[in-house]
Design a protein around this ligand. Structure first.
Ligand code: FES
Ligand code: FES
Length: 186
């Protein structure tokens, strides 16, 4: 009898807890019924079929899953979808389309900022957010003068992009692409 009770309890514990999650993804309001353990990355890839954001490590170590959430870049594999009720989320699909590229996407093409392309959606989302961080005056580990507005230098870009790993080693071309976009915007 005790065993049966324990089994029933274990079964209940194993059942997923579902919740309704509502947010705006690439300008569209989306409502999902999700297991509360679903990461934001899995919600996008498996439930919304937005597969541009990549699952590289699923441990917050590669940046392939980077999205922009409420204006800040985030490793979507490390955060639960339910933590972003009401958020404005932009994935690579929302930045631009093949016939209407975002300036950062166009610059990556022009400067050959990729090889296999697996890290590229995360690099581009991160790159867009990094230029906004610098513009907003947010210092990084390599900013020498914390009182002055940070500049878009190679050192700043490399430091801020260090969470986005590129196994193909396209780093110098990515720096060139970001520098061009920053210059065009200045
Ligand atoms: Fe998210 Fe690697 S898949 S950081
Ligand atoms: Fe291949 Fe970056 S382009 S991992």
């Amino acid at each position: 009898m005790v065993g049966a009770t324990a089994t029933a309890a274990a079964t209940r514990t194993d059942e997923p807890v579902l919740a309704t999650v509502t947010f705006t993804v690439n300008g569209q309001r989306r409502e999902l019924e999700l297991d509360t353990r679903t990461s934001l990355l899995d919600a996008a890839r498996e439930h919304l079929h937005l597969t541009g954001s990549k699952k590289g490590c699923d441990h917050g170590q590669c940046g392939a899953c980077t999205m922009i959430v409420d204006g800040r870049r985030i490793n979507a594999c490390l955060t639960l979808a339910i933590m972003h009720q009401g958020a404005e989320i932009t994935t690579i699909e929302g930045l631009g389309q093949p016939d209407h590229l975002h300036p950062m996407q166009a610059a990556f093409v022009k400067h050959d900022g990729y090889q296999c392309g697996y890290c590229t959606p995360g690099q581009i989302c991160s790159g867009v957010a990094v230029l906004e961080e610098i513009k907003a005056g947010i210092p990084s580990h390599v900013t020498a003068d914390l009182e002055a507005t940070p500049q878009v230098t190679e050192a700043e870009i490399r430091e801020r992009m260090s969470g986005n790993i590129c196994r193909c080693g396209a780093y110098s071309n990515i720096v060139e692409a970001m520098t061009e976009v920053a210059g065009a915007r200045a």
